[in-house]
Write a protein that binds this ligand. Sequence first.
Ligand code: G
Ligand code: MN
Length: 345
Amino acid sequence: MMDDHAHQACEGRWTWDARLRRLNMEVPPGSPVRDLKGSWSPEGLASLIDGLSRQRLIRSFDGGDVSVNCALRLSDGRRVQLVGAFLSAGEAQGLLLSDEAVEAARGEHDPGPELDPVYQPILALSPGQPIVGFEALARWRGEVTGRFDDDGLALNMLLKAADALSAWQRETGRADLFVHVNLTGRDLEEPGLPDLIATLIDGHGLAPGALKVELTEQAALRDADSALNAAHRIKAAGAGLVLDDFGTGHSSFAWLADLPADGVKIDHALTCRAGEPRTRAILESVTALGHRLGMRVTAEGVEIAREADLLARIGFDQVQGFAFGRPAGLRRSSERLADRSGAAG
Ligand code: G
Ligand code: MN
């Protein structure tokens, strides 16, 4: 399954100047797509790309969408993707992803399954239990399960989640809605990440912290200092930070102390035992601790709806879990928001 999918790598940055109609590409010398470096008119670039991709290129920049997500096939078979957003009507910017050379050598191109995230609602434990946000989870069209080894995944998930959030905010008029995207330690090593996040936030006009990045301590295992640096840069770019899976596996108080997070999610392993006195004592302490640190505290993996009252009394601010909504596609998620009830479904 994994072998069917192209392995993407970030190869550089681009900016689009609508007034001059120039696409400026910055690509380092060693890159397999270094020949794309330079300042292009769309027509000039079109001479390098496969006929079928040309319209897509023009539409991406002239089509009026805030997001730019343009997969191009070069005439020699290499494939590149431009991801980013318009900052204003006249100016867009983003990152250049390319599929590694092995894909080109294969000749005919299997485009791979298309990323099609699902979104699981996060509800406030306040009267009416309104949906306040969603966690985006990676799924591929036509695939039931599986995670593809793909360096472009985090960037594409951020792009799709920002798009989805922007649509939900427009549909509901609620600028306070948020979306969470999970990132790994390897994702944090991507140097273009803070820029892309800033571009998406500015391009869609999102409030600071509305696009949230979930991190587990796993992200810090390889190199804690660089993970923390990256987390600070992401936060400075306008994203919220949420500590994921707290209370299980790798999750220390040191990481809680270090990460400048505005939210923490307590793992299913603890929340499913909230009724037990010892676990309850732990949960009451951890929610109080989260609040002392200025964090919103979410109970995740909640499978029994009537436990919401108990979790609220313990001190949780938010719940997420099968009892309050399974992950669903974009359309269904919009319907859930329109229902307002926040009821499971
Ligand atoms: O914390 P993390 O990002 O790993 O959690 C996301 C995963 O948890 C998803 O795969 C999602 O389907 C799953 N999940 C969501 N709600 C529940 C639940 O109520 N119970 C269990 N067991 N898993 C859940
Ligand atoms: Mn998560």
